[in-house]
Design a protein around this ligand. Structure first.
Ligand SMILES: [Zn+2]
Length: 80
């Protein structure tokens, strides 16, 4: 994983976005989301072949993106 100032760089949008840790209150799950392209991951293995689009991810679980309660847990989740 590529880091920028201790934050994980999104492998999908080529350095434009950073991956933040979030909690989806509706689902009681932790999810990792790019702040730029909304690629998302369900665990800390943030690799290009494993991302899901956040909107699609939520909708397959019956939640609309605009209604989802997503809590920002910050960018400092990745410990080297
Ligand atoms: Zn991205």
């Amino acid at each position: 994983m590529e880091l920028y100032n201790g934050k994980v760089v999104c492998p999908r949008c080529d350095g434009n976005g950073l991956i933040g840790k979030h909690k989806v209150e509706d689902l009681k799950i932790i999810i990792y989301i790019c702040d730029e392209c909304d690629a998302s991951w369900l665990d800390e293995d943030v690799s290009l072949d494993r991302f899901q689009d956040l909107t699609t991810f939520l909708e397959t679980r019956g939640i609309k993106y605009k209604d989802a309660q997503i809590v920002d847990l910050g960018y400092g989740w990745f410990k080297t």
